[in-house]
Design a protein around this ligand. Sequence first.
Ligand code: M6P
Ligand code: ZN
Length: 198
Amino acid sequence: MPIAVISLKNIMNAIKIDTKTGKLENYTKRIVRKLSDMKEFYFNKSVVDEILSKNDPVIYEVYAFETGDSVGNLSFATTILYPGKIGNEFFMTKGHFHEKRDRAEIYLGLSGSGLMLIMDDRGNAYHVKIKPHSVIYVPPNHAHRAVNTGKEKLIFLAIYPSDAGHDYGTILEKGFSKLVIEENNSVRIIDNPKFKNQ
Ligand code: M6P
Ligand code: ZN
């Protein structure tokens, strides 16, 4: 029987989010992802190496309130995704399928602007804009990745079943079927020539 990592007492008061900084009060886990933590996820490896030879930028931070992995519980997290590009590819999260594939997720935009790539296990993908007050539904069996296409920090809240789990391995192996790049000062979503469909 899984044991919840927090007691009910900790969630009997509303938990505040600072929508300017994205910081979640009483978080149970904080993740800071730098370029060196996710260098295989970007398309242009030589640009990644060139940047890393000079510095190691923070791409995003996550403040999560996790309630253990018992069935029926929900966890939630804010993500602060910084603005920037690796070559012409916008800063993005690693992206993942859920380990338990049939678990869905909800995102709520809080600040900044960007988009979510949503992809099934055969590589069929679509995107949805993330902006303040918009709610995005990620269906079961779909990988999801957030991309900051704006000039400000992109901040959003995600709510997901506590037992969903993160499968990054499949994304590492196959990639996302779409890349989000800047071309002639506009945002373009193009096919990823390195995507492996098998
Ligand atoms: C959201 C949620 C988290 C996730 C985070 C960063 O806050 O989906 O579960 O960890 O985004 O995304 P990733 O795990 O793909 O790096
Ligand atoms: Zn998820």
